[in-house]
Design a protein around this ligand. Structure first.
Ligand code: TMP
Ligand code: ASP
Length: 235
């Protein structure tokens, strides 16, 4: 597979064309941002951890019937993926109160919800990714009803699989954000699953092992990413 010119540079990843029009190479960066890019920094080693963790979890999800964009891990930071058209929805599942949910509803963080919730944000940095519902998504032509149904079904499966998997590593999956893409008419899981996009708390101590350490200046950011990676046991 030949790597060609850069197609796009996002906040955490670069995307390159290849000699196959159906395939792209994603390259994970150590750059970290928060609050729509207002806060910027570097988390040393993050790119490799997020790349390898995403691929590890995507393989597990494939086994459980969730199609993903993963084709092949090329090296520590780079992965060959299917070229999708990203559905402009951030799909957020929550098992416990935290972050914007806790703030909006005046709750402490870490309260177990009676059942998992799903919410959509419209992926648009200029608008700060506003919260929308499935009716808005349909009205704005962001996705079809069939696509929303597939996304919803897959998102809850991702939650079931990841919750159980992380529990086995002594980690509580508090919440996470995923993104889907269209590939030859099918909805598949794209983007990443990493401490950048999940809230992961140690089950015993409730220590935060995710990007909230960076967002909230809690310190030991690299250590948290390394600790999650160590528990995955894929070194
Ligand atoms: P929130 O509580 O700030 O709405 O975040 C919910 C989840 O989504 C949390 O696991 C962090 C993740 N997330 C992203 O992956 N990207 C983002 O831009 C934001 C705001 C949250
Ligand atoms: N997407 C956020 C940013 O724009 C990052 C985050 O809070 O995860 O920088």
């Amino acid at each position: 597979m030949e790597k060609r010119e850069q197609l796009y540079e996002g906040k955490a990843k670069k995307v390159f064309l290849t000699d196959d029009p159906d395939l792209l190479i994603v390259s994970y960066k150590d750059d970290a941002t928060a609050f729509d890019g207002q806060k910027k920094g570097t988390i040393v080693g993050k790119g490799a951890i997020n790349n390898r963790m995403t691929n590890h979890i995507f393989k597990l999800l494939e086994k459980k019937g969730v199609p993903t964009h993963l084709v092949e891990e090329l090296n520590d930071r780079e992965t060959l993926v299917k070229k999708v058209e990203i559905v402009p929805l951030e799909v957020i599942i929550r098992n416990f109160s935290a972050g914007s949910f806790a703030k909006k509803l005046g709750m402490e963080e870490g309260i177990k919800l009676a059942c998992p919730t799903l919410e959509f944000s419209y992926k648009n940095d200029d608008l700060h990714d506003p919260f929308i519902n499935s009716y808005y998504a349909l009205a704005l032509n962001l996705a079809t009803q069939e696509e929303i149904d597939a996304i919803t079904k897959y998102a809850f499966t991702v939650n079931d699989v990841m919750r159980e998997y992380f529990a086995g590593l002594g980690i509580e999956l508090i919440d996470f954000k995923i993104e889907f893409g269209r590939y030859h008419g099918q909805i598949i899981l794209a983007d990443e699953v990493s401490p950048d996009t999940c809230r992961l708390w140690d089950k015993e101590t409730h220590e935060k092992l995710d990007k909230d350490r960076f967002r909230r200046d809690l310190g030991n950011v690299e250590d948290a990413y390394q600790e999650v990676f160590r528990r995955l046991g894929i070194q």
